[in-house]
Design a binder for this molecule. Structure first.
Ligand SMILES: [Zn+2]
Length: 67
């Protein structure tokens, strides 16, 4: 995958799908339930899922995962 030279590095991480990710801190009670301190969402779609509109159930189930 070729990417344009980063004159300004993106603030977030990059997802396995190529999208930019943003970390959203979770409230303390959610942390206790979920066992994680933040969730990752896609900056463009504000969705945790990589391909929410995909025809494939497997792809629709795919969630943000940092490279
Ligand atoms: Zn993704």
């Amino acid at each position: 995958m070729s990417r344009a030279p980063a004159s300004h590095p993106p603030p977030g991480r990059e997802c396995v799908c190529g999208g930019e990710l943003k970390q959203i801190p979770l409230p303390a009670d959610i942390i206790a339930l979920a066992g994680q301190r933040y969730i990752l969402i896609h900056v463009e779609t504000a969705d945790t899922r990589c391909y929410p509109d995909s025809d494939s159930p497997g792809e629709r189930a795919a969630t943000a995962e940092p490279l």
